[in-house]
Design a protein around this ligand. Structure first.
Ligand code: GRF
Length: 200
């Protein structure tokens, strides 16, 4: 059984969608560990409630990025994690971390990449005035929101949307496509060829 290590920074609703997909028999994987970079966040509570090992590696208590990531890697390795799932993890990972789990880190981003990368996708979407947005599951490479794309879902941007209403519409799709993309990985159906992912 593939072991997932899910890394979060806050609310953890994407984490919950993965927990639920496993519980419903839609995803054959085990969440071996939930890691956060902040204490007292809802993601930790969700993991606890589901009986999943969870811990916080508090970035603020680490001397620098290197020691923070070394601690994360130690925990992931100790839990024998096969695939790292970034689910609302709001920190950029260094090339060293990315290389340690090369082609084995997934992220979900709340826009149709390569449009609107970065930490304020919904704000940027609304400011730009595009009529369609959505979400993207991708493998993580050494850039920001730039890795090979696995799956995307689109939603309309409606007249009168604010960041909250748009985020809620996108989130519904996130909760569908993230477990589905992980399932493809688990089934061995994702082949990375350059910057493309072929689903076989
Ligand atoms: C999601 O919108 C995800 O796309 C982004 O951060 C948000 C996380 O939400 N990377 P949650 O913490 O999973 O509820």
């Amino acid at each position: 059984m593939i072991k997932l290590g899910v890394m979060c920074s806050g609310r953890g609703s994407d984490l919950q969608s993965i927990i639920d997909a496993i519980a419903d028999g839609k995803l054959e994987a085990q969440i071996a560990l939930v890691l956060t970079d902040k204490p007292n966040v809802m993601a930790l509570e969700r993991a606890e409630r589901a009986g999943i090992k969870n811990l916080c590696v508090d970035r603020k208590l680490c001397a620098d990025q290197l020691s923070f990531e070394a601690k994360l890697l130690n925990e992931l390795r100790a839990a024998e994690v096969d695939l790292v799932i970034l689910a609302g993890f709001m920190r950029i990972l260094s090339p060293t971390f990315v290389r340690a789990y090369k082609d084995r880190i997934m992220n979900i981003h709340p826009s149709l990449l390569p449009a609107f990368p970065g930490a304020h996708a919904h704000r940027d979407v609304l400011e730009y005035g595009v009529k369609v947005s959505g979400c993207t599951v991708h493998f993580v490479d050494e850039g920001t929101d730039s890795g090979p794309i696995i799956m995307q879902a689109a939603v309309p941007v409606l007249e009168g949307d604010d960041e909250e209403s748009l985020a809620a519409r996108v989130l519904e799709q996130e909760h569908i496509i993230y477990p589905a993309a992980i399932r493809l990985y688990v089934e061995g159906r994702l082949n990375i060829k350059g910057r493309k992912v072929c689903i076989v």
